[in-house]
Design a protein around this ligand. Structure first.
Ligand code: SAH
Ligand code: MG
Length: 200
């Protein structure tokens, strides 16, 4: 199943790059994604993981980011749950995972990413960071998750725009923090996807 047939924001080139990285870094620890939306990036990761016999842990509260809320730039009325009175991406996410035959590969963790990060307890081989882009949320994710990345593991950040005219700053600022920490060295970039390897 083509992940691009699922609603989402990752380009095909970014997705294929993410899948390639997952194949390399799965041997170093768990594959974790922060920010699934309707499952597009999850499918890229899941298809790579299935071939390796690995799992993908996919974290999202499935209530949408700021920009997905009513009246905001990326609001999609088809993702509105009238009963909850809230955005719901969990239903389309589960449909996509099922349609792609990845129910045995993808483990959905539904909740606030920073809270899950604080409770998480095993080395991460690849952390795909694509959750909330508000500065507070991005920093909370960085604090809660960066320390779980195994030495030799990878931090892949989406929506890194070095030029502010192209997009919001928080993912870029987290990228800068990762570099300044001395714990990560830059490995590559494609589109708005930048990846860094944990040193040591
Ligand atoms: N990776 C997806 C896009 C993710 S969009 C793709 O490939 O298209 C960002 C997602 O982060 C949204 O689904 C939103 O619900 C989630 N999110 C935002 N803040 C969050 C938080 N604090 N905890 C958990 N999920 C969050
Ligand atoms: Mg993104």
């Amino acid at each position: 199943m083509d992940p691009q047939s699922v609603r989402g924001f990752l380009s095909a080139e970014e997705g294929e790059t993410l899948a390639r990285l997952a194949r390399v870094y799965a041997s170093r620890g768990a594959l974790v994604e922060i920010g699934a939306y309707c499952g597009r990036s999850t499918l890229y990761l899941g298809q790579a993981a299935r071939d390796l016999g690995a799992l993908v842990f996919s974290v999202d509260h499935h209530r949408g980011s700021e920009e997905h809320q009513p009246g905001q730039e990326w609001h999609d009325p088809e993702l509105w749950d009238d009963v909850a009175g809230a955005v719901d991406t969990l239903t389309p996410f589960r449909r996509a995972i099922r349609a792609a035959e990845l129910e045995d590969v993808v483990v959905a963790m539904v909740g606030r990413s920073a809270a899950i990060g604080k409770a998480w307890g095993r080395p991460v081989g690849l952390l795909f960071l694509d959750g909330g882009h508000a500065l507070k949320t991005a920093l909370e994710d960085w604090r809660a998750w960066a320390g779980h990345i195994a030495p030799g593991g990878l931090l892949a950040i989406h929506d890194v725009f070095p030029n502010p005219s192209q997009g919001g700053r928080p993912p870029f600022e987290v990228h800068q923090l990762a570099l300044a920490s001395g714990l990560f060295s830059p490995c590559g970039a494609l589109g708005a996807l930048h990846w860094l390897e944990r040193v040591g």
